[in-house]
Ligand binder design. Structure first.
Ligand code: ADP
Length: 505
């Protein structure tokens, strides 16, 4: 039986009905880049006149920030004894928002995925299975909303059960599954599969089974009408054994429905000419004013006020993915060079946090570390640094290099994923044709990173105008959302017009 997609027009101007499902969204709750995307792509699509609605779990912070809310429906969902409330509200005054309110599962403050002990909540499978079922209810117009979307845009493993749960439904919307990071897969014991009361036929190699475990992400990868990742290079990389975590075979099998779209960034929130969190506003015409932000950052972080210092910044999760161990290895070497300063902001694995704190105590004159999550300081580091370190082992898209470019902070990045797609290495040729925006290195090793840092230092000491040209070229790149949002609309249409056929029942 073929799928009867509710939307059948090829009219590229027609407004689409889109349900955007995510486990975090700025400014309601954020742990990483997914929240930036979920907080900026839907409003952009709304501005483009699409009927898009956002659905999230009703974590306490989210409820508090989204007030006023009203009760939109009561849902009775399989695998869950209590009725679940669907709340509705409005984000930014124009973006309809649904919150799935199951207090026994989501009524916990703090990080949406891990408890205060730093470990995953033990009932994450139940929490996000319930979330998926609520999304499915809205998708099938079973939530008293008198609204059926043309497409469900699912994001990461927390929404991975939506495509398989919809797969057998005759009148289902199309599905797009976006992989923001393949490293996080939602893997659980087989016994959980039974507890969740999922359709038994889903327990197979073609379904949700992955090496005897239940894999939420496999649901999205195997059953969505279209798949995408957040950069073209990462879309290729995950089809290889180096980046595919054993899922590369499935991804290669689906490669004709897999593509990459770079994330945009919010140009209002990350705007050096109007950023409320930084001391001195500047733009590409007043680049020299950026220096004032450097002095302020030195003062804030307790570093010597040294105009000549070359300041390297880092903001990010302290995990191996980000190559923070490579930075750590180089800190003693960096600390020995005159006029070099390093400012790091991050939180994550305890051993990295401790090692960084030790280093900052040892090298008081050169290295300043802030352990924790601090949105405003992140802006000031972007504004005050000369270079930004991003030596990631893999990077699906990466946002900080985009913020850096926007703030005239020259990125030093590894050639992987979205970093490879957004930063142009300084070479004789790229300097000649004016395309150079940063320093790119290949191997995930400390010597390779060191070589890139040395190149940056050397370039910084050439005539000042050279550095300014490099930084200003970065500031003039366009990584705003509208161009990426237009590509998403194309992908939505492809998924709607060419869904995978329903299985024969
Ligand atoms: P990922 O999603 O893998 O963490 P991204 O570069 O895509 O990496 O996005 C990370 C986002 O989280 C950026 O907006 C970054 O500024 C922010 N961020 C990460 N760690 C911190 C921190 N300690 N303080 C403030 N912002 C942070």
């Amino acid at each position: 039986m073929d799928n009867a997609a509710p939307f059948s027009s090829t009219d590229s101007q027609q407004s689409l009905k889109i349900l955007f499902a995510a486990s975090e969204a700025q400014p309601l709750i954020k742990t990483g880049g997914l929240a930036d995307v979920a907080g900026s792509l839907p409003p952009t699509l709304r501005h483009m006149n699409h009927d898009i609605r956002l659905i999230l779990p009703a974590y306490p912070e989210v409820v508090e920030r989204a007030i006023p809310l009203k009760e939109a429906a009561t849902l009775y969902l399989a695998g869950h004894t209590e009725p679940v409330r669907l709340l509705s509200g409005m984000l930014f005054g124009h973006l309809p928002l649904y919150l799935v309110d199951a207090p026994e599962l989501f009524g916990r403050p703090g990080n949406p995925y891990v408890g205060p002990d730093g470990h995953d909540w033990p009932d994450n499978a139940q929490r996000f299975a319930l979330f998926c079922r609520a999304v499915v209810a809205v998708a099938l117009n079973q939530a008293d909303q008198h609204w059926q979307p043309d497409i469900i845009h699912c994001n990461d493993w927390q929404t991975g059960l939506v495509p398989p749960l919809l797969h057998h439904e005759g009148n289902r919307p199309a599905t797009l599954f976006t992989i923001h990071n393949l490293a996080y897969q939602g893997l659980f014991d087989q016994a959980i599969f039974q507890q969740l009361q999922l359709p038994s036929e889903l327990w197979s190699h073609e379904g949700l089974e992955f090496h005897d475990k239940l894999s939420f992400i496999k649901g999205g990868l195997a059953f969505a009408d279209r798949l995408n990742t957040v950069s073209p290079t990462y879309a290729d990389e995950i089809c290889t054994s180096e980046f595919g975590y054993g899922l590369e075979g499935l991804l290669r099998h689906r490669q004709n429905r897999l593509s990459g779209i770079l994330n945009g960034i919010d140009y209002h929130y990350w705007n050096p000419a109007a950023d409320p969190y930084i001391h001195q506003h500047f733009d590409h015409n007043t680049f020299e004013l950026k220096q004032i932000n450097k002095q302020q950052l030195q003062q804030e972080m307790g570093l010597p006020q040294n105009k000549k210092a070359f300041l390297l910044g880092y903001v990010g999760r302290l995990v191996e993915q980000k190559g923070i161990d490579l930075v750590l290895e180089l800190l003693p070497k960096l600390a020995r060079i005159e006029n070099i300063q390093v400012v790091l902001l991050g939180s994550g694995m305890a051993h990295f946090e401790e090692a960084l704190s030790d280093a900052s105590e040892r090298y008081l004159d050169n290295i300043a570390i802030h352990i924790g999550y601090n949105e405003q300081l992140a802006h000031r580091i972007e504004a005050g640094s000369d270079c930004f370190l991003m030596p990631s082992r893999f990077e699906p898209c990466g946002l900080n290099q985009l913020y850096s470019l926007r703030y005239g902070t020259v990125p030093i990045v590894r050639h992987t994923g979205g970093l490879a797609d957004t930063v142009v290495d300084v070479t004789a040729q790229s300097l000649l044709d004016g395309s150079a925006t940063g320093f790119v290195f290949d191997h995930p090793t400390a010597p390779a990173l060191w070589e890139a840092i040395e190149r940056a230092i050397e370039f910084y000491h050439r005539p000042e105008s050279w550095w300014q040209k490099l930084a200003v070229t970065g500031m003039q790149q366009d990584f705003s959302w509208p161009s990426s949002a237009t590509q998403y609309v194309e992908l939505y249409r492809e998924a709607i017009l060419n869904p995978i056929p329903n299985p024969v029942r």
